[in-house]
Design a protein around this ligand. Structure first.
Ligand code: NAI
Length: 245
């Protein structure tokens, strides 16, 4: 119950990594606002892991739409109070050749992955600035650090999150707000479930630590960045990828 006075919002809390992030904060006694887009069942399942004595709420919202984000903010503040920790985790992938991507697919990708985080950060920052306290964590990707072929637009959105982290962290540091990002390598989740056994073995061979990542590898890093243990950490990219650079 160490954090029962604190509220965290996890966007995409219904997905693989999101569920693990909900569980980590839930275990530590935070009040947890769980956002989902279409997978309500995933969000309900995630809520069962809020076991540390904090409250939870489940919120449907397309983070790419600022009007919906502001409505979600009102609902969360009414139910759980102001958000102290924002985890921008929502994301979708696009796998295919850059020049063949359709305009609607590309727009949806940028709206969800990049504008989703921009919208949420913009909406949830003002109370943090007023209180002179808060923590924002983006979920970027190794793709944003290295640039991956056939995931070009995805890589751009994730590199954008790294830029957002670095620039925003400087702007809001004097207001007592920290902004960081985690940058996962290859993590076994519904997003990566389509990879064949053969592809998985070749990735395992490339990863120096010799295994595929687990959602918990990421959630523990996010929890650390949100905690007071990281009170001198801002503007950083914490790569959690088994050494796969
Ligand atoms: P997932 O597909 O299991 O979860 C994605 C989540 O994003 C879901 O909860 C979904 O509801 C949410 N979402 C999608 N569109 C949304 C929208 N318009 N509004 C609100 N929420 C929306 O995927 P996974 O693997 O858990 O991914 C979570 C994050 O981690 C993503 O940002 C992804 O890019 C990132 N990531 C994942 C890696 C992996 O290997 N699985 C590697 C690097 C980064």
């Amino acid at each position: 119950m160490i954090n029962s006075n604190k509220t965290v919002l996890v966007t995409g809390g219904s997905g693989g990594i999101g569920q693990a992030i909900v569980a980590a904060f839930g275990r530590e006694g935070y009040n947890v606002a769980i956002n989902y887009f279409t997978n309500e069942k995933g969000a309900i399942d995630a809520s069962k892991s809020v076991t540390g004595g904090g409250a939870f709420g489940i919120y449907q919202c397309d983070v790419g739409d600022m009007t919906q984000v502001l409505k979600m903010k009102e609902q969360i503040e009414r139910d759980l109070g102001e958000v102290d920790v924002l985890v921008c985790n929502s994301g979708i992938e696009y796998f295919g050749l850059f020049h063949l991507a359709k305009e609607e697919e590309t727009e949806r990708l940028y709206k969800t992955n990049l504008f989703g985080a921009v919208n949420c950060a913009r909406a949830f920052l003002p109370p943090m600035i007023n209180k002179k306290s808060g923590s924002i964590i983006m979920n970027a990707s190794i793709c944003g650090e290295m640039g991956f072929s056939c995931e070009v637009d995805y890589s751009v959105t994730k590199a954008g999150l790294i830029g957002l982290t670095k620039a925003l962290s400087r702007e809001v540091a004097p207001s007592g707000v920290r902004v960081n990002c985690v940058s996962p390598g290859f993590i076994a989740t519904p997003m990566t479930a389509h990879f064949s056994e053969e592809a998985l073995s070749s990735i395992k061979e490339e990863v120096p630590l010799g295994r595929i990542g687990k959602s918990e590898d990421i959630s523990e890093a996010v929890l650390y960045l949100a905690s007071d243990k990281a009170s001198y950490v801002t503007g950083t990219v914490l790569s959690v990828n088994g050494g796969w650079y």
